[in-house]
Design a protein around this ligand. Structure first.
Ligand code: HAM
Length: 417
């Protein structure tokens, strides 16, 4: 038997229904927030991610799926959505002469060669948003609250935003220097990854999964002491807007994010009792320029949909996400079968979901089948009644039966489902 590749999974049943539910909800939400959907290729030139996500990030050094195609090009399966959307934005000149905030969202699979474990896959799905052309902190607040409101709408009432700022370039430069000065004398105490990070990307030390509880890390310098006055002012303004929007946020100076393109605010979405981030993002004002586009600010975030599915499933349980059907049409003989297929089409074209007996089951088995499909109503056909144009409809819960005229079946069901 051929099995699925490590770190992937098949999506079906309850999980798939939750995924579709999330996708539909987000499609509606994005209309309200004035976003356009964008689809970009699953694979891109490797250079895009090296330059976009960052040469020294874990994602690029350890986690990309790279290959050379038959034309000798260096190709990478996208590990995240931002770089591809930015590439498309630049290449298609989607900025035009616009002076408004330009908003995109996507719902796509990403590929990261990570060690598979709970909530960590090699093929993952992200729903993300990217907003270009506004440096107004008001839009940061709108984007952060958009994600927060989606989590609430999905029933995740204990959602919380962990928020930090990396400040402007000067703040980061000063802070990076302070981190290096602090950790350098202790280099031998650091894990292998952090020894490397100290040279290549000192901010990432704060994301250490091995030593973060040690005194050395607890006493490390914090970014808030190195922010320039204008970065402080910007961060304070953001907090004010988030208060207006009723976003439950907490400041966490250790949120630095695993990608290199951020400046100013960065954040991650969590549930109170869960330490796996459901999503994360931030402002990235230099990425478009660094990928040969115009100088243009941007902000965005992405949810990990696989993680959303699992927390929603835990919350609502299997039962609530069970499939239901409006009606099961029961038939035994050929006359009834011919009527069943006809009326099934009429019901479906009127937005009533239904199923017919298409595997030649006996009457008893059909009752069982209707229960298994959680059918709300049974449409009982009977040759004698059919001649008179009469159909029996049975409520599968209360077991009440009514006889209706053939022409009234649709209205009756629509009025009662
Ligand atoms: P990220 O934090 O790398 O950000 O990923 C966003 C979310 O994707 C994470 O919070 C997590 O829920 C989910 N995720 C990441 N890796 C995995 C995995 N291996 N398995 C399952 N879920 C995973 C970005 O990707 C940025 N592009 C977000 C962004 C958009 N920033 C600005 N705009």
């Amino acid at each position: 038997m051929i099995t699925k590749p490590k770190g992937t999974y098949d999506l079906y049943g309850t999980d798939e229904r939750i995924y579709s539910y999330i996708s539909n909800l987000i499609d509606d939400y994005m209309i309200n927030y004035n976003y356009d959907k964008i689809r970009t290729p699953v694979f891109e030139a490797s250079e895009l991610f090296h330059r976009g996500v960052g040469e020294t990030t874990d994602i690029v050094t350890k986690e990309t799926y790279d290959f050379t195609d038959r034309g000798g090009r260096s190709i990478t399966l996208r590990p995240e959505g931002t770089a591809g959307v930015v590439r498309s934005f630049i290449e298609n000149k989607l900025y035009g002469n616009r002076s408004d905030a330009i908003k995109f969202y996507y719902n796509e699979t990403m590929y990261r060669y990570e060690r598979p474990q709970a909530g960590r896959y090699r093929e993952l799905t992200q729903i993300g948003v990217e907003v270009f052309n506004s440096d107004d902190v008001m839009i940061d607040a709108e984007v952060i609250s958009l994600g927060y409101n989606i989590l609430k709408e999905l029933g995740l009432n204990d959602a919380v935003v962990k928020l930090n700022t990396l400040g402007d370039a000067e703040s980061r430069k000063n802070y990076t220097k302070a981190l290096v000065d602090y950790f350098k004398p202790h280099v031998k105490e650091l894990c292998e990854d952090c020894q490397r990070r100290l040279d290549t990307n000192p901010l990432r030390l704060l994301d250490c999964k091995v030593d973060s509880d040690t005194e050395l890390f607890k006493n490390a310098p914090v970014i808030s002491d190195y922010l320039t006055p204008s970065s402080i002012e910007r961060f304070n303004k953001l907090k004010e807007y988030l208060n207006i929007l009723d976003v439950d946020y907490e400041i966490n100076y250790n949120i630095v994010r695993g990608l290199d393109y951020y400046d100013h605010d960065v954040w991650e979405y969590f549930l109170e009792d869960n330490n796996l981030a459901l999503g994360g993002g931030g402002r990235y004002n230099t990425l478009i320029k660094s990928l040969d586009g115009p100088e243009m600010p941007a902000v965005g975030f992405a949810f990990g949909v696989d993680r959303l599915i699992s927390v929603i499933k835990n919350k609502i349980g299997e039962n609530e996400a069970e499939k239901t059907l409006d009606a099961f049409i029961m038939s035994v003989n050929e006359e009834e079968r011919m009527f069943a297929i006809k009326i099934s089409q009429t019901l479906r074209l009127n937005n009533i979901s239904c199923e017919i007996n298409s595997t030649n089951l006996g009457l008893k088995a059909q009752f069982k089948q209707a229960d298994r499909l959680n059918s709300k109503f049974l449409v009982l056909l009977n040759s004698e009644n059919l001649k008179k144009g009469i159909i029996t409809i049975k409520d599968n819960k209360t077991k009440e039966e009514v006889k209706v005229d053939e022409s009234e079946v649709v209205d009756y069901l629509l009025g009662n489902i």
